[in-house]
Ligand binder design. Structure first.
Ligand code: TYM
Length: 328
């Protein structure tokens, strides 16, 4: 039987980057072939960092467009905006009451923000509970993500278990994560995880010239030309690896025999990125001409997603001790 797949991307920047594509969205596209795919735009989550209404709206629409450009097919994937299904907020409350604060205090994102001395909103602190509600509302079996989200899925399981135990009823299904280990942590221009918040990204839809400048900025050491290079520690090589193929073996050979310098390796990387992303970038340009279609897809997806979330919420309300579901 097909598995229920659930995942999302947070619209907190103007476009997705290579980390989102290789770590997550490519998996979504592959899974729609055989599984029951539910993919959404996590705009409630983006509100933890984006506080400009116009920007939030445009970032969210942009992710929708990009999902479609990446190959998600509305016939095979339910696609919607998180904020169009308010049931997740009510479920967040029910789960909050089964979630120890100590669990949330262990969340990496919260710990990093407080270590930096940033002001932590309740939204950021409760981020994992909203994420659990997203996953549990849709009775997901499997959540495809990059490595940085695994802790959230483990916390989701903890919350679901506790809620079920408190209610004495198995209303919530425990999900598993799915990480593609080869691309679990795509590095950025500086070798740290590629991330919007580190400003080290290569955007999927950036103009060729901007991508070229960024590729030339990838951080390398000062090994002189003619000296062997270590492919395992080189940030440029790590990005080449994403695209695989015979060219990669050739490049590895050139590295270990000192036949290539970092500049040349960067020059070879750019066309590989452009070629690898060409179909997605072309579809993106076509879809941009028909934004009404994108809105239609989201409206239809929200209606379908909402039915599932409503049924889960009704069951949870009853299990937790509330009266029959409110009339609507
Ligand atoms: P977000 O928007 O930060 O990232 C979206 C997806 O991309 C993956 N990813 C990466 N994978 C490999 N290497 C990288 N450098 C890299 N950067 C990002 C992420 O792991 C993620 O899978 N909290 C989530 C959104 C969310 C969600 C959910 C996800 C909200 N509710 C429910 C799954 C299920 C987030 O901010 O992802």
């Amino acid at each position: 039987m097909a598995k229920r797949i659930l995942s999302g991307v947070k619209p907190s920047a103007d476009m997705m980057h290579l980390g989102n594509w290789f770590g997550a969205v490519r998996q979504f596209v592959e899974l729609q072939e055989t599984e029951d795919n539910y993919i959404f735009i996590a705009d409630f989550h983006a509100l933890t960092t984006v506080h400009d209404a116009g920007l939030l709206r445009s970032y969210a629409r942009e992710i929708a467009l990009e999902y479609l450009a990446c190959g998600l097919d509305p016939q095979r994937t339910v696609l919607w905006r998180q904020s169009d299904v308010p049931e997740v907020c009510e479920l967040t409350w029910l789960l909050s009451c089964a979630t120890p604060m100590a669990l949330l205090e262990r969340a990496h994102a919260y710990k990093a923000a407080s270590a930096e001395g940033a002001e932590v909103s309740m939204g950021l602190f409760c981020y994992p509970v909203l994420m659990a509600a997203d996953i549990l509302a849709y009775q997901a079996d499997l959540v495809p993500v990059g490595e940085d989200q695994v802790q959230h899925i483990e916390m989701t399981r903890d919350m679901a278990e506790k809620f079920n135990r408190q209610c004495g009823s198995e209303v919530l299904k425990l999900p598993a994560h799915r990480v593609n280990q080869a691309v679990a942590r795509v590095p950025g221009l500086d070798g740290r995880k590629m991330s919007k918040s580190y400003g080290n990204t290569l955007g999927l839809f950036e103009p060729d010239g901007a991508l070229k400048k960024k590729v030339m900025r990838i951080v390398t050491d000062s090994t002189p030309l003619g000296t062997p290079l270590d492919p395992e520690t080189c940030h440029v090589f790590a990005l080449h690896k994403l695209f695989g193929g015979a060219a990669l073996d050739e490049l590895r050979d050139d590295y270990v025999h000192g036949r290539i310098g970092y500049g040349e390796s960067k020059k070879r990387l750019l066309p590989r990125i452009l070629e690898g992303l060409a179909p997605i970038r072309e579809r993106y340009e076509q879809l941009r001409q028909d934004l009404d279609y994108v809105e239609d897809v989201l409206r239809d997806g929200a209606a379908r997603a909402r039915l599932v979330a409503r049924a889960t919420l009704d069951a949870c309300r009853l299990a937790a001790g509330f009266a029959d579901p409110p009339r609507r």
